[in-house]
Structure formats: C-alpha cells, structure tokens
Design a protein around this ligand. Structure first.
Ligand SMILES: NC(=O)c1ccc[n+]([C@@H]2O[C@H](COP(=O)([O-])OP(=O)(O)OC[C@H]3O[C@@H](n4cnc5c(N)ncnc54)[C@H](OP(=O)(O)O)[C@@H]3O)[C@@H](O)[C@H]2O)c1
Length: 322
C-alpha cells in the first residue's frame, strides 16, 4: 500500500510517500480501507516532534473515513462505512495517512451516507472537537452569547454554525480584517479583530461580557478571554493556534474572575456518541450545516498540505482523498 511516512521529527519534507505492507489484522483491531482523511493542527506538532512519547518513523493521521476491509470480531460487515478517530491513532500506532490502517475496534464509528468521501473525510475530528467543546465542556444553551476566539479556523467555523443552529449569539474573532466577510457569511453575528486583546472591544457591544468563550488560540490569549466572560461565564480552551503550550505567570485568583469558570476540552473518541456522529452527517446531507473545506489533495501532497497549514493559508479543512 501507499503510505505517507514521517521519517523523523522535522519540517514538512520529512513526510514522504512510500510503499509499505498492508497491516496484518489482530484480535480486537479492524483493518480499514482508507478513502479520505483530514489534516489536523495537532499533526504539525507531532511531525515536529512535540508530541510526547511518539516514535518515528510513523504513519501519522489521527482520523480517517473508509470501509471495513477485515474485522476478526465480526462486529462490522466488509464494506461498512466507518470513521476512526484519536485513541492514539497516528501517534502511538500508525494512523490514517495510508491506503489501509489498522485501528482498535473501540475507535471505530460506523455510519451510513451517500456523501462523497472528500466531504466525509472532513467530518470526524472536526465534529468530535466542536460537539465536545460546545455541548460537554461549555454546555451551551439557546439565548446565550458565545465568543469564538480563532473564528476562521475549521473548528471555529463549524462551532459558529452549530451554535447558531442552537440559538446563540456568536462573536467570532480573526487577526485578519480581510476575513471579516467570510465570518459573517458563516453566520457570525459580530466579528472582532484580534490584536491579542479583544475584551475591550467586546465590552463596547456586550458591557456585561458573554456567557461562553471557545478559546482556540490558547495560552497567549487566555487571560484576555477570561476578561470577556460575564458572571458565572465559562471559558473552554480547546486549541493552541498561538503555538504556546505553557502559560507563564498565571494567577488563578486574579486572572480568573470571581465565579468565572475555566475548562479544557482534549477530545477523546470516548467523548463521541456513535448516534451523534450519524445525526451530524445527516445534517450535512440536508445542508443545514455546511463544512468549510479549503482544499482536497492526494496522498502525494500531504507534505505540501502540512506546509499550507503551517503558513496559515487554509480557510477551512484540508482533506486528502485516496
Ligand atoms: N482539543 C481538541 O480535541 C482539538 C481537536 C482538533 C483541533 N484542536 C485545536 O483546535 C485549533 C483549531 O484547529 P483547526 O484545524 O481548525 O485550525 P486551522 O483551520 O488550521 O486554523 C487556521 C486559523 O488559525 C489562525 N491562527 C493561526 N496561527 C495563529 C496564531 N499564531 N495566533 C492566532 N491565530 C492563529 C488563523 O486565523 P486568522 O488569520 O484569521 O487570525 C488561521 O485562519 C488548533 O489549535 C487545534 O490544535 C483541538
């Protein structure tokens, strides 16, 4: 089979397409014939060698969609459409950047859909992250106000649509004023230009602050996001687009407002219900939710895809089809 192999930690060029044997199935694992996979920011960190305990060479890819090629447990028929997500995929065992991938049964999610593979390939990890952050971490409710910090990211764009379907008022941020229209077209009610600080501008429109903040930039803007919440408001840190894992000089009694709440969402396949994934795919089929796919590429172009993401040129998901 063809696989995009990350030979060692380094720049995008360390990813090279090679011939590899198709993995041999074993008890408790299923072999998936990969049809498509999305590229993810966390895969940039893994590629650079920043994910702890990861060994190279490695077939990366924390998600994929495809069909069951072999399942010794008999849980799924050959040809069943499935998604596989997280659970160590593409980190502690070879992942989705290949024509076939062998994954544990518990991270397999079956679905039925006639959508094309390039659309299905954009779904699993994006949906898992957005649904987990909004519903489980932030516990969003109709009528609430939500700031999405890093609004132009794939996660941010989808979060905006799901929050609007649920009846929230959404304020999306971008550093780039040229992307304002993109955010408004994606149904954001307000757009704020992020200079590293948006709390002052926000308070001009919402003097008491907002109920919820989805923080996708991370530790660089977290303190300012905590200034955006109203009493008993919640900030959920889900992303680190700002490329900084550790926060320096954080003073809980001071940086978190009194009664304010700070949480994180780290995304595990166990957080995703199988029926919720099918429901979401149905919404995409009906057109209620539109995915933002920036580029569809082939497996030979995975390294270029990483570079494109690293250069922040993507205005949505990059999907690789096989
Ligand atoms: N917790 C989880 O389970 C989970 C799962 C998946 C992803 N994530 C995280 O969620 C975040 C979003 O992922 P994604 O794939 O949707 O990202 P993406 O689509 O690649 O995001 C691209 C956007 O990020 C913004 N950006 C890039 N560098 C930035 C910086 N230094 N400071 C501020 N903004 C910056 C740019 O926005 P502007 O130019 O418009 O400002 C750009 O349009 C990532 O941090 C990712 O690791 C978390």
């Amino acid at each position: 089979m063809k696989a995009a192999v990350t030979r060692q930690p380094g720049p995008p060029e360390v990813i090279q397409v090679k011939d590899k044997p198709i993995p041999e199935v074993k008890e408790g694992w299923v072999l998936i014939k990969v049809k498509a996979f999305g590229l993810n920011r966390s895969e940039l960190f893994t590629r650079r060698g920043d994910s702890p305990n990861v060994k190279f060479p490695l077939v990366q890819g924390i998600e994929c969609v495809g069909t069951i090629a072999q399942d010794p447990s008999g849980s799924y028929p050959i040809g069943q459409k499935v998604a596989a997500i997280m659970g160590g995929m593409g980190r502690f065992f070879n992942g989705g950047y290949a024509e076939y991938t062998l994954v544990p049964l518990e991270i397999v999610f079956p679905f039925f859909s006639e959508l094309s593979w390039h659309i299905l390939g954009a779904i699993p990890e994006m949906f898992q992250t957005v649904s987990g952050s909004l519903h489980q971490a932030l516990e969003i409710e109709p009528g609430e106000t939500l700031v999405i910090r890093g609004g132009t990211s794939s996660i941010g764009m989808l979060a905006c649509q799901l929050a609007k379907v649920k009846g929230l008022t959404v304020i999306s941020t971008t550093r780039n004023p040229d992307k304002r229209e993109t955010l408004l077209k994606n149904k954001a009610d307000h757009v704020l230009i992020d200079t590293g600080e948006v709390s002052m501008a926000l308070k001009k429109v919402f003097p008491d602050g907002v109920n919820k903040v989805l923080e996708l930039i991370g530790t660089r803007t977290l303190k300012d996001s905590l200034k955006c919440i109203s009493q008993r408001g919640t900030v959920c840190m889900t992303g680190i687009l700002g490329n900084e894992w550790t926060m320096h000089e954080f003073t809980p009694m001071g940086d978190i407002p009194s009664l304010g709440r700070l949480t994180v969402y780290m995304g595990e396949s166990k957080n995703l219900s199988k029926s919720l994934l099918q429901d979401f795919i149905n919404e995409v089929e009906k057109g209620t939710v539109q995915l933002n796919i920036d580029k569809v590429i082939t497996i030979d172009k995975v390294a270029e895809g990483h570079q494109y993401m690293e250069d922040n040129k993507a205005k949505g998901k990059i999907v690789v089809v096989l």
